[in-house]
Structures are given as structure tokens and as C-alpha cells.
Write a new protein. Structure first.
Length: 81
């Protein structure tokens, strides 16, 4: 759906603008947002979730973000290969 793509882009742009984080994957299906990836603190994780909740029409946010550590860092980057 076109609306899903627009909401996804708005969330991604707000994350980039406010936090300059590029390790977050945002997907939107209907009014539901899923966040995946790695962040560096609980504060970043919470801020990103708040950004998603503030996007127009969002009814649920599944925050699957992990806090950075050596183990999750290796697992995340290996999943990209």
C-alpha cells in the first residue's frame, strides 16, 4: 500500500533527523509498525519507539530493537550478509 510506504518514510526520516541512527529497519503493514535493528542505549530505543507512535495512523508498535553489545553487533551484521 502507498500509505504504508509514506508512513515508513516519515518514521525513517524522523529517526535520521532526530537521532542520526542508520541501524534501524522500519516496516509498516496497515497501522502496525515493526522496529528491528540495533541501537546504543535504552534512551535511543525509547525515542525511536516514540517517533513511530507519533506517526499518523499508527495503532501498534512492535519494538524489537536490541541494545548494542559485541554479541548482538556480530549477529546483526552477519544477518545482512
Amino acid at each position: 500500500m502507498e500509505e504504508n510506504k509514506i508512513v515508513q518514510e516519515i518514521i525513517e526520516n524522523n529517526i535520521d533527523f532526530n537521532l542520526n541512527v542508520n541501524t534501524v529497519n522500519v516496516s509498516v503493514i496497515g497501522n502496525n509498525v515493526t522496529l528491528k535493528g540495533i541501537v546504543y542505549s535504552n534512551e535511543e530505543k525509547d525515542q525511536i519507539e516514540n517517533i513511530a507512535w507519533n506517526a499518523y495512523g499508527v495503532k501498534s508498535v512492535s519494538n524489537q530493537l536490541s541494545i548494542y553489545n559485541e554479541t548482538t553487533n556480530k549477529r546483526f551484521y552477519n544477518s545482512l550478509i
